[in-house]
Design a protein around this ligand. Structure first.
Ligand code: NAP
Length: 322
């Protein structure tokens, strides 16, 4: 099978697409024919050895996928032939065949294509964990989403709508504004302007960007507001003077989905069911941006690096992943 391999930790250009043996599934794993794989920031960081999870090269890159189950353990709730969306925590998704833990795979709702399914598991579970569990977002509250046209950003818009919030997106260009609106944002403001005044006070902020705008985000919170930290695509990790949290009874909260998911498999299933409800209600409809064949994984990662991602960037393995 073809697979995208990390050979050395010098960035996306060093990736190699090679023919290797198909992997074999263990007793609690599914073997999946991959139709599409999701491309995410952690993979970009992994190609440089900068991600918290360190895997020794050579290895097959890729953390999430959608495809058709080829083999499943006896007694599994998922059977051969099922369409699934799955998380591959230790890589392996950028390949024609992958192995995933059985508890990290869920049936792909019929309404979603494989490419949508490739951008579904990590981003939508992260958005749900961050907004519903960590920030306790309530119906009727205002949610502000930074990086609102990106992978986690579009997911946060849709999960926020599914939870009954009014959603304001923050983006850096006209094209990204169109994507955030199409994803479901009620309002969109521009990051280069006075976005805080344009947005008004907000109850919850979903922040995958960090960096310089973090200070303004803290100021943008209404009394008892919550800022949930997702990542730092801008590159710098901000800090906060905690006296500012006291004055207005505001909170800065971390949301690290991967660590939590590993310790709480039953919670994953609960969220999968709630997301299915949101798909059926029309709130969740993953936004697929650029799509590349497997061979062009390095170009896909360069898009993320160059801030050109719109919605989720995906790789497909066949002619038509559908
Ligand atoms: N905590 C968790 O559990 C968890 C889970 C998944 C991902 N993450 C993290 O979340 C972050 C976002 O992931 P994503 O998949 O949403 O990425 P993405 O699709 O590339 O979106 C990130 C957004 O960040 C903004 N941005 C601002 N400055 C940037 C810069 N210098 N370079 C690149 N983007 C910049 C861009 O929006 P504008 O151009 O509109 O500003 C971009 O659309 C990553 O750090 C990832 O590791 C965390």
């Amino acid at each position: 099978m073809r697979a995208v391999r990390v050979i050395e930790l010098t960035g996306p250009k060093a990736l190699e697409v090679v023919e290797i043996e198909e992997p074999a599934a263990g007793s609690d794993e599914l073997l999946v024919d991959v139709r599409a794989a999701g491309v995410s920031f952690p993979e970009l960081l992994q190609t440089r050895g900068q991600y918290q999870l360190k895997i020794e090269p050579p290895y097959t890159l890729g953390g999430e996928l959608a495809g058709v189950v080829r083999a499943a353990p006896a007694g599994s709730e998922i059977a051969p032939g099922d369409r699934v969306t799955a998380f591959a925590p230790f890589g392996g998704a950028f390949a024609e065949v992958a192995v995933v833990p059985r508890w990290m795979a869920f049936r792909l709702p019929d309404a979603l294509s494989f490419e949508q399914g490739a951008g579904y598991l990590m981003n939508y579970h992260t958005a749900h964990f961050a907004l519903a569990r960590r920030a306790a977002l309530r119906a009727g509250e205002t949610l502000l989403v930074h990086g609102a046209a990106g992978g986690t950003g579009t997911a946060a818009i849709q999960v926020g709508k599914g939870l009954g919030a009014r959603v304001v997106g923050v983006v850096s260009s006209d094209e990204k504004e169109r994507v955030a609106r199409a994803a479901g944002a009620d309002e969109v403001v521009r990051s280069e302007g006075d976005w805080r005044t344009a947005a008004g006070p907000v109850d919850v902020i979903f922040d995958p960007v960090g960096g310089a705008r973090f200070d303004e985000s803290v100021r943008a919170l209404a009394p008892e507001g919550r800022l949930v930290v997702i990542g730092f695509t801008e590159g710098t990790i901000p800090s906060v003077a905690v006296n500012r949290l006291l004055f207005r009874n505001i909170s800065v909260i971390g949301a690290g989905w991967g660590h939590f998911a590993f310790e709480h498999p039953e919670y994953l299933a609960e969220v999968a069911a709630d997301l299915e409800r949101m798909v059926a209600a029309g709130h969740v409809d993953p936004v697929v941006g650029r799509r590349y064949p497997l061979e062009r994984a390095a170009d896909a990662l360069a898009d993320l690096d160059g801030r050109r991602g719109l919605g989720k960037i995906v790789l497909y393995t066949g002619e038509e992943s559908g």
